[in-house]
Design a protein around this ligand. Structure first.
Ligand SMILES: [Zn+2]
Length: 230
């Protein structure tokens, strides 16, 4: 038997490609690199989606502050109350619960002049169940229910001013996180968790930040959003 021939064949095989072990090593390296890069990629994409939401909230917060500056320091009305001189209710022009908002009739519209900043790009196209034939809801944000008729204290950096509310509960631009006195579970509004298991909030000092869903719920449960606590 010519053993030399076997040796020659093995060498020829080597020049043709990788051995199984080499291939596995390469696959393992690629897998490790992908494992490192993919979470970064996902996080960048999520952050990119948060950025316009935070920018919207900052602009709306500034408009509320400007309105307050022009009206003796008082903020806009957070909830529809109707009545003379206030036919469209609140800051976002909501005039019927669960219904449409005429943003252009809201109190701060003259300070922003743009309907697009009332809607988070991540929530675009959401319709309210209550009116299945209605146009997609134009509003993603709601105002802290405890701020109505109160002066906004700029130092209240932990008191939420506006929040990206969950699309299942947003109905009137009012963020009522306490529910009704008669039944606390009834009418309780929920923060959105559309942004990486969290939501975006602009606080009374006008800084906007992403907040983990559980962190927001904890702050609300602790009554941290009550301006009288600060
Ligand atoms: Zn958002």
């Amino acid at each position: 038997m010519d053993y030399t021939c076997i040796g020659v064949d093995r060498n020829v095989g080597r020049t043709k490609g990788f051995t199984l072990v080499e291939l596995l090593v390469v696959i393992a390296i690629i897998a490790i690199l992908a494992g490192l890069i993919f979470p970064v990629f996902v996080s960048v994409r999520r952050k990119a989606k948060q950025a316009p939401c935070l920018s919207n909230l900052r602009q709306l917060g500034m408009a509320i502050q400007m309105y307050a500056g022009d009206y003796g320091g008082f903020p806009v009305v957070r909830i529809f109350e109707g009545g003379e001189g206030n036919p469209y209710g609140n800051w976002a022009g909501c005039y019927i619960y669960g219904g449409v908002c005429d943003l252009s009739k809201g109190q701060i519209y003259p300070y922003v002049n743009s309907a697009s900043i009332y809607l988070c790009p991540s929530a675009r196209g959401v319709k309210k169940n209550i009116f299945p034939d209605a146009l997609p809801y134009p509003l993603s944000y709601s105002m802290n229910a405890l701020l109505s008729y109160k002066r906004i204290v700029a130092s209240a950096s932990r008191v939420g001013l506006l929040i990206h509310e969950d699309s299942s509960t947003i109905d009137d631009g009012d963020f009522n996180w306490m529910g009704w006195a008669g039944d606390p579970d009834e009418g309780r509004n929920q923060p959105s968790n559309i942004h990486n298991e969290g939501t975006c909030v602009v606080y009374c000092d006008l800084h906007a930040e992403w907040q983990n869903y559980d962190t927001v719920i904890r702050a609300l449960t602790n009554n941290d959003w009550d301006p009288d606590k600060h």
